[in-house]
Design a protein around this ligand. Structure first.
Ligand SMILES: [Mg+2]
Length: 245
């Protein structure tokens, strides 16, 4: 489904034949091993709670004894923002924020990352560079669950030549968690986003779901029963789903 110009390796076109356990160069010469579960977090739009869900997922994973890692390959923000996504994710995963998002991929301008880079006169990141940096950045040894947060929605510009749906394909993510607001409009936005992410496996996570809200319940049921989407509405339920064999 064409959503913007970026998807070069669209549905049906084989991605590069990297084995799932490919080893990267690693940090300090230690081989980086692909995490056992690689989860990309995206959303139906901006400000839907991707970082909140990612951090909650990491905390719940650690509570269950999993080794976790978080990556925010690019971030942009208003100068003076009180906390950056990389800091929130790092606090949850127990890593340094600079491991979550390298300084050179952090742009203090409230625009899509490649646009922010351009506005700041800094080099525009490419998808290939982002993917190879990520693949070399996994913790040495083993990692049970890695959470990679995109920027904006699935089709928002992430690099000069790609968006989060491209990133998920290039990383061969095991699952994409699509964070969505359970209120009016979610069926439309979830359908468009799931189509843009195909053929990835997607779990639609209804953030701020209120079981007492009739519309929330009806939206969840519609997406589950009619669209046959995988839908979760609690962090524990999401982690259970992610850890299924
Ligand atoms: Mg975020």
């Amino acid at each position: 489904m064409p959503l913007g110009p970026a998807r070069r390796d669209g549905p049906g076109v084989p991605l590069d034949p990297a084995p799932r356990d490919r080893q990267g160069a690693g940090v300090g010469g230690v081989a980086a091993v692909r995490p056992a579960r690689l989860v990309v977090i995206s959303g139906t739009g901006t400000e839907v709670g991707k970082t909140w869900v990612g951090a909650a997922l990491l905390r719940e994973g650690r509570r269950r004894g999993l080794r976790v890692a978080a990556r925010k390959p690019l971030q942009s923000f208003s100068p003076g923002a009180h906390s950056l996504d990389s800091e929130v994710l790092a606090a949850a995963s127990g890593e340094p924020a600079s491991d979550v998002c390298p300084e050179e991929r952090s742009f203090p301008a409230p625009m899509a990352p490649p646009m922010a880079a351009e506005a700041l006169g800094r080099p525009l990141p490419t998808m290939a560079a982002v993917v190879s940096l990520l693949e070399a950045s996994w913790p040495a040894g083993s990692c049970d669950l890695a959470v990679v947060e995109g920027a904006g929605g699935v089709a928002s510009p992430l690099t000069e030549d790609g968006h989060t749906a491209d990133l998920a394909g290039r990383l061969r993510a095991d699952v994409v968690v699509l964070v969505a607001n359970p209120s009016l409009g979610v069926i439309n936005s979830a359908r468009l986003a799931v189509a843009a992410l195909a053929p990835a496996r997607v779990i639609v996570h209804l953030n701020r779901f209120d079981p007492a809200d009739d519309l929330h319940r009806r939206n969840a049921a519609w997406l589950t029963e009619r669209d046959r989407f995988e839908v979760t509405s609690s962090i524990a339920g999401l982690v259970d789903r992610l850890l299924e064999p």
